[in-house]
Design a protein around this ligand. Structure first.
Ligand SMILES: [Zn+2]
Length: 391
C-alpha cells in the first residue's frame, strides 16, 4: 500500500462533491447525512482540544476543596460567589478583570497534589464529552510560589494525565508555555524543561501572556532551542494584537500552529501564507468574545477562515473561566456562525490532523476517527428514522 499524507487521507468515496471542498479542507467523511445538528450529536462525535489551559480549566468545586485543604483564602467560599468573582462566562471589561481568575486558580495550584488533581479532572471531563485527544498547556514558572521544583510541577501534571488515560483511554499531551511578560531568560529555562521532557509526555512549547508591548521576537532564543531539538511549537498571536504578532510568531519563533489568529483577516498576504503552508489555527470562539478580541460571535472570523480553506480547529481555551466545553464551542459555531454538520465534522478531523503527534501515529488515529465519525452519524440517522416510522 502506498503511503498517504494526512491531508490526502482517503475518504469513503474519494470524490469531493462541493465547490467548497475543491478549495478547502478535504473532509474525511464525504457522505454526511442530512440530520439535524444537536448538542447530543456534537457531544457523541470524536473531538480534540488542542488549546486548553490547565489553570483556566479547573472544576469550581475542586478550587474550593483545594483551598480548604491548603488553607488558602479565596474571594468567596461558595461556588456561586466564586463563579462571580472570577467573571466565569462573562464578557470582561478589561484584561485585568479577565486575569483575576488566574490569580484564584493559581493560588491552589502550588502543590503536587493540586496539580495532579487539576490535570486528572480536566482529562476526565474532556473524555466525558468524547474528546479523544487533549493537549493541555500551562507554564510551570507560575507554580513555584511555594517553592515546588520545576520537575515536580511537570511530573505531577503528567501523572494526572496518565491516570486519566488509563481510566478512559483519552490520549493527552502536555505543552509548556513561555510567558510574554516574563523575562526571555525564563522562557529559555522553560524551553530547556520542555526539551528534557520531549518524548516523556511533553509534546510542545507555546508562548502565552500579554501580547501588547511584549513582542514574540523577544523570546526567539527559547524557540531556537525548541526548534533545534525538533520539538513542536505554537504561539498565542493575533488575539489582542494585529497580524504583525502572527507574522513574528511564524517567522521569528517558527511556530507550527497559531493560538487564536483572530486578527489574521486584517492581512490577506499573511492569511494566504498560512493557508498555503497549512498552518493550523487554534480557534477559541467564546473566549475571543470574553476577552474582547471580537465584538460578538456573529463577527467572529471562524466561518470565513474555514470557507476560505484555512486549517481551523475548535478549542476551549479555558473551560472554567469561559464556562465552556468543546461540545459547546461546536454548538456555538453551528448556532451562531452557521457552520453545517459537514463543516463541523471536517473541523473535527482538522483537529486530529493538527495534533502534535508523530505522522504514523496520526494516520492510525485518523483511520479510527474516520470510522467513528461514520458510525456515530449512522447511529443518529437510524435513531431519527426509527422515530419517524409509525408503529
Ligand atoms: Zn490561550
Amino acid at each position: 500500500m502506498s503511503s498517504i499524507r494526512d491531508d490526502e487521507f482517503p475518504s469513503h468515496t474519494g470524490i469531493p462533491s462541493t465547490a467548497r471542498r475543491a478549495t478547502g479542507e478535504i473532509p474525511v467523511v464525504l457522505e454526511v447525512p442530512a440530520i439535524p445538528v444537536t448538542e447530543e450529536l456534537l457531544k457523541a462525535l470524536p473531538k480534540t482540544d488542542l488549546h486548553c489551559h490547565l489553570d483556566g480549566s479547573m472544576r469550581l468545586k475542586t478550587i474550593l476543596a483545594l483551598a480548604h485543604e491548603q488553607k488558602v483564602k479565596l474571594p468567596s467560599e461558595t461556588e456561586d460567589g466564586l463563579a462571580r468573582a472570577i467573571h466565569m462566562g462573562e464578557v470582561c471589561k478589561s484584561l485585568e478583570d479577565y486575569l483575576v481568575a488566574f490569580d484564584v486558580t493559581l493560588s491552589v495550584l502550588q502543590t503536587a497534589d493540586g496539580l495532579y488533581r487539576a490535570a486528572y479532572e480536566l482529562a476526565i471531563d474532556a473524555a466525558a464529552e468524547n474528546v479523544k485527544y487533549l493537549e493541555v498547556r500551562y507554564s510551570p514558572a507560575l507554580h513555584q510560589q511555594k517553592g515546588l521544583k520545576m520537575t515536580t510541577i511537570v511530573d505531577s501534571v503528567l501523572e494526572g494525565l496518565r491516570v486519566a488515560k488509563r481510566e478512559t483511554g483519552i490520549k493527552c499531551g502536555l505543552i509548556v508555555c513561555g510567558i510574554r511578560h516574563m523575562s526571555p531568560q525564563t522562557s529559555v529555562r522553560l524551553a530547556e524543561l520542555c526539551v528534557a521532557y520531549k518524548n516523556r509526555g511533553v509534546i510542545g512549547f507555546d508562548l502565552a501572556g500579554a501580547e501588547v508591548n511584549f513582542p514574540a521576537k523577544d523570546h526567539k532564543d527559547a524557540f531556537q532551542l525548541i526548534l533545534k531539538n525538533n520539538v513542536n511549537c505554537t504561539a498565542h498571536a493575533g488575539e489582542a494584537y494585529g497580524p504583525e504578532s502572527i507574522s513574528q510568531a511564524i517567522h521569528f519563533l517558527g511556530a507550527h500552529r497559531i493560538g487564536h489568529g483572530t486578527r489574521l483577516r486584517e492581512d490577506g498576504d499573511l492569511l494566504n501564507y498560512i493557508n498555503d503552508h497549512r498552518i493550523p489555527l487554534e480557534v477559541c470562539p467564546t473566549s475571543n468574545v470574553q476577552t474582547g478580541a471580537v465584538a460578538d460571535l456573529k463577527s467572529h472570523p471562524l466561518k470565513f477562515y474555514f470557507d476560505y480553506g484555512l486549517r481551523v480547529t475548535i478549542n476551549t481555551d479555558n473551560r472554567l473561566i469561559t464556562d465552556t466545553t468543546v461540545t459547546n464551542e461546536y454548538w456555538t459555531a453551528h448556532r451562531e456562525m452557521g457552520l453545517s454538520l459537514d463543516d463541523l465534522t471536517t473541523i473535527m478531523v482538522s483537529g486530529f490532523k493538527s495534533a502534535f503527534l508523530p505522522f504514523r501515529e496520526k494516520q492510525d488515529v485518523l483511520k479510527a476517527i474516520n470510522a467513528e465519525i461514520a458510525t456515530t452519524l449512522q447511529t443518529f440517522q437510524r435513531k431519527l428514522t426509527a422515530v419517524k416510522v409509525p408503529a
